[in-house]
Design a binder for this molecule. Structure first.
Ligand code: 2IT
Length: 445
């Protein structure tokens, strides 16, 4: 079978899933030669097996709003691959959620989790629930109803969900409470838990910190670092918050944030007060970055625009999939960007990725650069199993070490003859090999 024949088959099976097909194409394109060169993989038909989720659960989530009106959302859990550990991956609550998006995220999660070196399979789930304007009581009732079905499909050795867009400590708390009530069991079934009930220090910061550790490793290969560099971030949620903290701590200057309504440019750069304000903005449930300029009037708001038109040294997309297009990639390059590090999952379109790779700048794919979040979830699972808690420094040191190792695995597998490192290829090959070998070892299941 050729690569094109393979893709045609996957497309015919999943015609209505553009994000999933985009994620599959990127991975399979870059591992194709490695796959073909390994007769064991071909004989076991690993590729056709790896693009099919082991199981997909779709369920009804009924809930009542504060006025007594009944609403219905759709709930999902994609249990994609358990070759190297229990299914692991976040839950996303956002009106855009559908099966294509959760299959793309679940598929990416397989390779990301493999890269962390921890024993975690790949999964993802969520719902098309829209939290905008909802009260705390409504969010609690929704989370409880969601867990009233999900609980029968998950467990600390089966499937361990966590947060993603729209799911933070508050939602994890309500879901954990409901799981505990239904199962009468206190276990590490979710990660991202509160610090007093099984959570890990550093987990809230981990995705952003990890992205910055990875960025520093990339810059180091060019003999430089973040100190004094201007950085554009998109989004204003958990990932951007953690990244902004660590960049600022290392002497970099974060000059942009964004929301669905546009972006803000803050020439002075973010500081502790502004970074704390991001939490306030998120808790307000209104998704408006324009509020930032009311609080900090020296910043400017650009309605309906993306932050990639600003002149920066480093760009770190932290919002969502396909948020950085070919036109943005060209703008960034024209303005002399040296490094683009994906912090959200698949933020750059395939055309944008191609432009960065052709121009041979430092470019890191999300499944490598943002793996610090799920890696620290893995460390939370370890602490739960041991029934003890590590200190902040212990967790941070382990996270840092994991990110250095992921960078090295990408470099080793992505190094080209001319010395350029294709981190996309490196991440996909390194992540794939471990899972593919485990699948072969375990027979046809
Ligand atoms: O995309 C991701 O890696 C996450 N949302 C975190 C998943 C996790 O299980 O911590």
């Amino acid at each position: 079978m050729t690569f094109n024949e393979f893709m045609a088959k996957v497309e015919a099976k999943n015609p209505d899933q553009p994000e999933f097909l985009q994620a599959v194409k990127e991975v399979v394109e870059t591992i194709w030669d490695t796959y073909e060169a390994n007769p064991r993989f071909v004989k076991n038909n690993i590729l056709e097996r790896i693009v099919e989720p082991e199981r997909v659960i779709i369920f009804r989530v009924p809930w009542m709003d504060d006025k007594g009106e009944v609403h219905v959302n759709r709930g999902f859990r994609v249990q994609f691959n358990s070759a190297i550990g229990p299914y692991k991956g976040g839950l996303r609550f956002h009106p855009s959620v559908n099966l294509s998006i959760l299959k793309f995220l679940g598929f990416e999660q397989i390779f990301k989790n493999s890269l962390t070196t921890l024993p975690m399979g790949g999964g993802k789930g969520g719902s098309d629930f829209d939290a905008r304007g909802r009260s705390d009581a409504e969010i609690m009732r929704f989370c409880q109803s969601f867990m009233a079905e999900l609980y029968r499909h998950i467990g600390p050795n089966i499937d361990v969900p966590a947060g993603d867009i729209g799911v933070g400590a508050r939602e994890i708390g309500y879901m954990f409470g409901m799981y505990k009530k239904l199962n009468n069991e206190f276990t590490g079934v979710l990660t991202g838990k509160g610090i007093n009930w099984g959570g890990s220090l550093i987990r809230p910061e981990a995705t952003g910190y990890g992205v910055v550790y990875f960025t520093e490793e990339m810059l180091k290969t060019k003999g430089t670092n973040l100190a004094g560099k201007k950085v554009a971030l998109s989004g204003f949620g958990n990932v951007a918050w953690g990244a902004a903290q660590k960049i600022t701590e290392l002497g970099g200057k974060v000059v942009t944030l964004s929301g669905p309504d546009g972006y803000i440019y803050d020439e002075e750069g973010l500081n502790e007060e502004k970074i704390n304000y991001m939490l306030e903005l998120r808790a307000s449930n209104n998704d408006r970055i324009s509020d930032y300029v009311e609080r900090f009037p020296n910043a400017k708001f650009y309605a309906g625009k993306r932050p990639w038109e600003v002149k920066v040294d480093v760009a770190i997309p932290c919002a969502t999939q396909n948020e950085l297009h070919a036109e943005d990639a060209n703008n960034l390059l024209k303005n002399g960007v040296q490094c683009v590090c994906e912090a959200s999952n698949m933020p750059c379109t395939p055309e944008a990725v191609e432009i960065f790779l052709n121009n041979k700048i430092l470019f890191a794919p999300g499944k490598a650069a943002n793996a610090g979040g799920v890696a620290t979830s893995g460390l939370e699972m370890t602490q739960n199993s041991m029934r003890l808690n590590w200190s902040r420094d212990e967790v941070d040191e382990k996270l840092h070490e994991i990110m250095r190792n992921i960078h090295e695995a990408c470099r080793a597998n992505g190094l080209q003859k001319d010395g350029f490192v294709n981190y996309v290829k490196g991440a996909n090959i390194a992540g794939f090999l471990k899972v593919a070998n485990a699948m072969c070892d375990q027979g046809l299941v």
